[in-house]
Write a protein that binds this ligand. Structure first.
Ligand SMILES: Nc1ncnc2c1ncn2[C@@H]1O[C@H](COP(=O)(O)OP(=O)(O)OP(=O)(O)O)[C@@H](O)[C@H]1O
Length: 324
């Protein structure tokens, strides 16, 4: 969906068969995926799916029961110092002192890191768009500005991977928009960005690829548009003559939706004349079907796929189990 300048196939984060048992319970049962440079990767699942537990293993806050995490090839358990030096995260948010300025907070944080000077602090302040306010006390910052200060801290050490847990939580619509374009900008610069969320719409608009997780397992990984294309959706056809068209579609094994108003928005239905035919099918079948209709003499006036939301997709995959 987004055009990247520096996307390449360099694998920044690799997670292989990650599992975590706490007591007798397998909180994370089997999680595998990869995140590449320049990519915004969404980690999507309902509350309690195991997202936080997985993220805590990514940054070595808890130890996996089984499986591996590698960052730029460095194993997080065997070589934690090197691996973690390549990660910035706002997962376990370091304390922000509200009585200090943004600049002083960054300075404080930089003290724990080698090779971070004032020029770098200025650079990250500019990058997150706080340059005008960086010498103001944090207590005067909006929530969005505090979030950006958190990201500035995460970026200080020039990480290859940025891990964000629910980055738009609590932001107003304007703040959410700003946060999104900011995340896109970082990815464009080549950073790999891992974003967890229980908000499907958020992931849908922001991420290049997504892993869908439920009950500690990855149900699907892929480009958002691929997951949507391979799923069952609704397609609206305007064919001439309509009744022949409907018969042909049925003959091709496509299921015709009778109760249209139950599955489609009124606004969508209103956009078509009374003769529109609605089918439920895999949308990637359209390309095969249209030539067949045409070659048997039908006039195909329009074909429109009604793209399912990620919510619908998720319901399909999980059989409707616990999603908001
Ligand atoms: N230390 C623990 N001991 C026992 N159960 C735990 C522990 N940590 C997590 N759990 C349980 O594991 C499940 C997954 O938790 P986790 O926080 O990873 O989910 P999540 O997907 O991040 O959801 P949320 O968005 O609500 O945090 C939950 O049912 C939680 O209660």
């Amino acid at each position: 969906m987004h055009h990247r300048t520096k996307t390449n196939d360099e694998i920044i984060l690799s997670v292989e068969h990650l599992k975590k048992r706490i007591g007798k319970r397998w909180i994370v049962q089997d999680v595998s995926f990869e995140v590449k440079a320049g990519e915004i990767f969404g980690f999507l699942g309902p509350n309690g799916a195991g997202k936080t537990t997985t993220i805590r293993m990514l940054v070595d806050l808890i130890r996996p029961t089984e499986g591996q995490v590698a960052i730029c090839g460095f194993d997080v358990q065997k070589d934690p110092e090197r691996a973690l030096s390549l990660v910035g995260s706002i997962v376990e948010n370091p304390e922000v002192y509200t009585y200090l300025t943004g600049w002083e907070n960054l300075e404080q944080f930089a003290r724990m890191m080698p090779g971070i000077d004032a020029a770098r602090i200025q650079e990250v302040a500019d990058l997150v768009g706080l340059d005008q306010r960086i010498h103001d006390k944090v207590r005067t910052y909006s929530l969005g500005m505090r979030q950006r200060l958190g990201i500035a801290q995460a970026l200080l050490g020039r990480p290859k991977l940025l891990i964000l847990d629910e980055p738009t939580n609590g932001l107003d619509p304007k703040g959410i928009k700003e946060m999104r374009s900011f995340i896109r900008l970082l990815a464009k610069e080549g950073l790999a960005v891992f974003v967890s969320s229980h908000l499907l719409s958020e992931i849908q608009v922001l991420c290049d690829r997504v892993a869908i997780i439920s009950r500690g397992r990855v149900l699907a990984v892929g480009a958002v548009h691929e997951l949507l294309d391979s799923s069952t959706g609704y397609v609206v056809w305007e064919l001439e003559p309509s009744s022949t068209g409907e018969e042909m579609l049925a003959d091709l094994g496509i299921s015709i939706v009778q109760n249209v108003d139950e599955v489609l928005d009124d606004a969508i239905i209103a956009g078509f004349g009374g003769e529109a035919i609605v089918t439920q099918m895999q949308v990637d079948q359209i390309a095969d079907i249209v030539p067949r209709l045409v070659s048997s003499g039908l006039q195909v006036r329009s074909v429109q796929k009604v793209i399912p939301t990620l919510e619908q997709l998720f319901l399909e995959m999980t059989d409707g189990e616990g999603v908001e």
